[in-house]
Design a protein around this ligand. Structure first.
Ligand SMILES: C[S@@+](CC[C@H](N)C(=O)[O-])C[C@H]1O[C@@H](n2cnc3c(N)ncnc32)[C@H](O)[C@@H]1O
Length: 472
């Protein structure tokens, strides 16, 4: 704290503000279009102090750390960045563009997936080897260096331009906190509201059954339905939930914050996830990063967040979504990781306080190989892996899965000698996996052997149950 008067001193925590730091503050202020006055307002520091901080001739050399943190927050950067400690990370003329990377990463993911699935009978270590080999080859061919991306994002100016360069979403989807309403906004004056939705996209039109045609679709029965549908399925979408927002684009590689993710957050929140003193969180199979980012956003004790997924599209969206939602949480250290299962996480701080996983849940059954390519929903191997690793990953692990993958969870649980304790309610939700509409034979197996519920006289024909658990 600063003290006033002749003996004005700065306490032991005072920080030296050298000439280059003064220049950096001035140039950040100018590029943000702020006057001394308006920056003082925004940062809630006195104008006089700010003038002294910027003035190269000021006699005061050390300034209070809290004041400098407030200034850093006003620029949405960390104190380290304000001090220029990150200058060493300045990248070598490489500007990272979200859209450029999104295209390259989608290409890579589409090559990685078949490899992983082809090797699924070959044993885990062989798949892991093949995955790492192909991954580095595909990155090299496209001249993409993950370390450069990481370094660039530590640079506040680079990061700002990366976030500002995010393509404008064609659709903003606002989900109410209790999931009682979803508003789909094409523009300020064009919005469509769906009340009491059962899914993020609550359409049943393409379900393979004539009976379902008798029901009115909450989306396509509306004037704006077709246009919203076009935007939802082909363009960038921003999904808002509570105070957070998540970028997403429909594709085989990326799961949106969806009914299962919202239910999982509910169950974990009721269990104290946002209130208890947890410092680190690992989100495994992170997709858009929704679960981990929600935790880091709402739990004030979090200082470390790691998002981990096996594909690059989630890696990129996880990064974008973190910086979109980080706000003034500059003290939180963030890591985006690409790893098959939880491999490669060994080198990070481990065990985490919390690990969260909402894995795919469709069993990979003999004769239905192409279903394995649906990376977000197909395969029970991540579920089994997290159960088997249990306490080595985190002190407390939350896992959600569908009733359809109970047999695999049961086997993994017995092997690992752990218990899965249900938390929150079991939820019955529509099962709408469009690629399966062509595979009635697979659906038949799910109905006969996995307890997929068929309701011929309901708007959604198929249903399954979701439950969140803690591994004990
Ligand atoms: C159902 S999505 C959940 C996404 C996100 N956590 C959420 O709740 O919104 C499952 C995620 O697990 C990832 N995944 C599937 N198998 C994996 C594996 N073996 N290793 C790592 N990630 C995997 C998928 O890429 C996908 O992002």
């Amino acid at each position: 704290m600063e003290t006033k008067g002749k003996n004005r001193k700065v306490t032991g925590r005072g920080i030296m503000v050298a000439l280059d730091m003064k220049r950096r503050i001035r140039s950040l202020r100018n590029s943000a279009g702020l006057t001394i006055d308006s920056l003082a307002d925004k940062a809630a520091v006195s104008e006089k102090t700010l003038k002294k901080i910027e003035n190269p001739k000021s006699r005061q050399k050390r300034f209070d750390e809290d004041t400098l943190i407030k200034i850093a927050n006003a620029f949405d950067i960390s104190l380290d960045e304000l001090q220029g400690k990150q200058d060493q990370y300045k990248k070598q003329g490489l500007s990272i563009s979200f859209e450029f990377l999104a295209d390259r990463f989608r290409e890579i993911d589409r090559m990685l997936l078949p490899l992983i699935r082809d090797h699924r009978h070959a044993g885990k270590s062989l798949i892991e080897h093949a995955y790492i080999g192909l991954l580095s080859q595909l990155l090299q061919e496209r001249k993409i260096n993950l370390e450069h991306i990481d370094r660039s994002l530590r640079d506040p100016i680079e990061r700002k331009s990366f976030i500002e360069g995010l393509p404008k979403p064609g659709l903003v989807v606002e989900v109410s906190e209790d999931f009682s309403e979803i508003s789909y906004n094409c523009s300020l004056n064009e919005k469509m509201i769906v009340k009491s939705p059962q899914l993020l996209w609550d359409c049943h039109c393409d379900t393979p059954s004539n009976k379902q045609n008798n029901f009115k679709c909450p989306i396509h029965s509306k004037k704006l339905g077709e246009e919203v549908g076009r935007r939802f399925s082909t363009g960038y979408v921003l999904i808002r939930y509570r105070d957070t927002e998540f970028y997403w684009r429909r594709g085989q590689e990326l799961w949106p914050p969806s009914i299962d993710s919202f239910y999982m957050i509910d169950a974990m929140e009721a269990d104290g996830l946002f209130k208890k003193k947890y410092n680190s969180v690992l989100d495994i199979g992170s997709g858009t990063g929704f679960l981990g980012i929600m935790m880091a956003y709402y739990n004030p004790y979090i200082t470390d967040i790691t998002l981990s997924d096996w594909l690059f599209t989630p890696y990129l969206y996880g990064i974008a979504n973190w910086f979109l939602n980080r706000k003034n949480r500059n003290h939180i250290s963030f890591k985006a990781n690409t790893a098959l299962f939880t491999k490669g996480l060994d080198s990070l701080i481990k065990p985490y306080d919390i690990a969260i996983c909402n894995p795919p849940y469709l069993p990979l059954l003999e004769g239905f190989d192409e279903i394995g390519l649906e990376s977000t929903v197909a395969g029970t191997d991540l579920l089994a892996d997290v159960i088997s690793k249990n306490k080595s990953l985190a002190n407390r692990i939350y896992l959600q899965f569908s009733s359809l993958s109970k047999p695999e969870a049961q086997i993994a649980q017995e092997k690992a000698g752990v218990k899965l304790r249900p938390i929150g309610k079991e939820r019955l939700v529509p099962f709408r996996v469009r690629i399966l509409w062509e595979r009635s034979d697979y659906l038949d197996v799910l109905v006969k052997e996995r307890g997929l519920i068929e309701k011929k006289d309901s708007r959604h024909r198929f249903w399954h149950k979701l439950q969140t658990y803690i591994i004990e």
